[in-house]
Design a protein around this ligand. Structure first.
Ligand SMILES: Cc1ncc(COP(=O)(O)O)c(C=O)c1O
Ligand SMILES: N[C@@H](CCOP(=O)(O)O)C(=O)O
Length: 416
C-alpha cells in the first residue's frame, strides 16, 4: 500500500502546530493569516498538524469528540455527528457479505453530513473575521450553511441550479434565512460563480474546496472506525460511499492517513474506499476505470440530484484515496438507486436517493465478485429521506383512498 504517509516536517508558517499544504507542490501556508482556498499553483490544500492523535485522545460525543484531530477545541455547534451505525441484517444476507453496517448521516441536525463540515468551517469563518458566507449547492450544503450561518448570526448566500434541488433542502435554506440565488445552469456552473465571488473577496466560500470543511467531515471516518471496532472487534474492510464533489472520499482518506501517522491504524487495516456515482454523472468512475485524469462532464443527469455533479472539485484528493486504499468506483442507474432506497426503507432506514447509491453500488460490486462474501462493509448514507419527499413518494407505496367508514376500511384492507 503506497502513499499513506504524511510529512513530519513542521514548516515555519505553522501556527500552534497547524498549517495548510498544497497537495500538488507541498507549498505551505499559515492557516489563518487571511483567506485562502487553494495554493499559489492553484492546487488543493490540506490542513496539516505537527502531531496526529491516537484514539485515546478522543473524549465526549459528536464531531468535537475528535477535537484533538481538528484545528479548534470547539465550534458553532447544533450539535452534529454521533450518527447511528445501523445493522441491516436482511440486506446483509441478501447482498451476501460478512457484515453490513449503515452509517446514516441523515441523522445530523439538518439531515446530512454537511453539518460536520460546517461546524468547523463556520468556526474558521469567525476566526478570519469574514462577514458573508457563500456556497454553491445541490441542496444539502445550502441547508447546512444556512443553519450554521444563522446560528453564528452571519449573512449567507446560496447559489442553486434552478429547478434541480429537492424541495426539503430549498425549504431549509429558505427558513434559516439564506438568500437563495437560482442559477440557470447546473451545480458546476454555480460553483464557478461562487469561486469568482470568493476570489473577489465578496464572501467566504464554504464548499468542500475549503480545506477546513473536510476537517469536520473526517470525523465520519473516526466514528465508523471506533464504533465498528467496539462492536465487531475489528475495523471494516471496506467503506462504500456516494460520490458527488468527492469531499467525503477525500476526508475519509485523510482520516486514515492521520491515524496511520499516529500509529492507531496499520496500513493493512485501512478500509478500501469504494465510490459510487450515478451513471449520468460519473466522471470519477470513468477516471478510475480508464486510469486517465478526471474529465469534466458538461451534461449531467440523475434523479439523485445531490450527486448531479460533473466536475468534482476534490477529484485530485479523492482519486488517490480510492487507488491507495485498493478501493474502486462503480456507476449505478437511477432504477438501481430507487431499489436500494426501498431496500434501506425496508430496514427502517429512510434515505434520500443519492444516499442509496452506496447500497446500490455494493450490490453491483458483490454480484461482480469485486466485493467478497467474507468482507465487513460499511455503507455511508449521506442524507435523510425527508430531504426529497417527491422521490420518496415515487419510490414508496401510493396512498389508497377509502370511504369514511370503519367497516369499509376493514373491507378494503382485507382485499388483495
Ligand atoms: C446526500 C448527498 N450524498 C452524497 C453527496 C456527495 O458527497 P461528496 O460531494 O462529498 O462526494 C452529496 C453532496 O455532494 C449529498 O448531498
Ligand atoms: N451535494 C452537495 C454538492 C456540493 O458539495 P460540497 O461538499 O462541495 O459543498 C450539496 O449538497 O450541495
Amino acid at each position: 500500500m503506497a502513499n499513506l504517509q504524511l510529512s513530519k516536517h513542521v514548516p515555519p508558517e505553522a501556527a500552534d502546530g497547524i498549517w495548510l499544504e498544497c497537495i500538488e507542490t507541498g507549498e505551505t501556508y499559515a492557516p489563518f493569516d487571511g483567506v485562502r482556498y487553494t495554493s499559489d499553483a492553484d492546487g488543493l490544500l490540506e490542513v496539516r498538524y505537527a502531531e496526529y492523535p491516537t484514539f485515546d485522545a478522543f473524549s465526549g460525543s459528536g464531531v468535537w469528540r475528535y477535537a484533538a484531530a481538528l484545528p479548534f477545541d470547539d465550534g458553532v455547534s447544533l450539535p452534529e455527528g454521533a450518527t447511528p451505525l445501523y445493522y441491516a441484517p436482511r440486506l446483509e444476507n441478501d447482498i451476501g457479505v460478512r457484515t453490513l453496517r449503515i452509517k446514516h448521516e441523515g441523522m445530523n441536525p439538518t439531515g446530512s453530513f454537511k453539518d460536520r463540515g460546517m461546524t468547523v468551517g463556520v468556526r474558521v469563518a469567525q476566526e478570519l473575521g469574514v462577514e458573508r458566507l457563500v456556497c454553491a449547492s445541490t441542496g444539502n450544503t445550502s441547508a447546512a450553511l444556512a443553519a450554521y450561518g444563522a446560528r453564528a448570526g452571519m449573512e449567507t448566500l446560496v447559489l442553486l441550479p434552478a429547478g434541480k434541488v429537492a424541495a426539503g433542502k430549498v425549504a431549509q435554506a429558505s427558513l434559516h434565512g439564506a438568500r437563495i440565488l437560482e442559477v440557470d445552469g447546473n451545480f458546476d456552473d454555480c460553483l464557478d460563480i461562487v469561486r469568482d465571488l470568493a476570489d473577489r473577496g465578496e464572501a467566504y466560500l464554504l464548499n468542500s474546496l475549503n480545506p477546513f470543511r473536510l476537517e469536520g467531515q473526517k470525523t465520519i471516518g473516526h466514528e465508523i472506525l471506533e464504533r465498528h471496532y467496539r462492536d465487531e472487534g475489528r475495523f471494516p474492510d471496506r467503506i462504500v460511499l456516494p460520490v458527488g464533489n468527492a469531499g467525503n472520499t477525500s476526508a475519509l482518506y485523510k482520516t486514515f492517513r492521520e491515524l496511520v501517522a499516529s500509529g492507531a491504524l496499520t496500513p493493512e487495516e485501512v478500509p478500501k474506499l469504494t465510490g459510487v456515482q450515478a451513471e449520468g454523472a460519473a466522471p470519477i468512475v470513468e477516471a478510475i476505470e480508464s486510469d486517465e485524469p478526471v474529465r469534466r462532464w458538461d451534461e449531467v443527469e440523475t434523479k439523485a440530484t445531490a450527486i448531479r455533479i460533473g466536475n468534482p472539485v476534490n477529484a485530485p484528493k479523492a482519486v488517490p484515496g480510492i487507488r491507495e486504499t485498493n478501493g474502486t468506483a462503480v456507476a449505478v442507474s437511477d432504477r438501481e438507486i430507487t431499489q436500494a432506497q426501498r431496500d434501506l426503507a425496508g430496514e427502517g432506514i429512510g434515505v434520500e436517493p443519492a444516499s442509496a447509491a452506496s447500497v446500490a453500488g455494493l450490490r453491483k460490486l458483490r454480484k461482480q465478485d469485486i466485493v467478497q462474501s467474507d468482507e465487513d462493509v460499511v455503507c455511508l448514507t449521506t442524507g435523510h429521506l425527508l430531504k426529497d419527499p417527491d422521490a420518496a413518494a415515487v419510490a414508496g407505496n401510493d396512498p389508497e383512498p377509502v370511504p369514511n367508514d370503519t367497516d369499509a376500511v376493514l373491507a378494503h384492507v382485507s382485499e388483495e
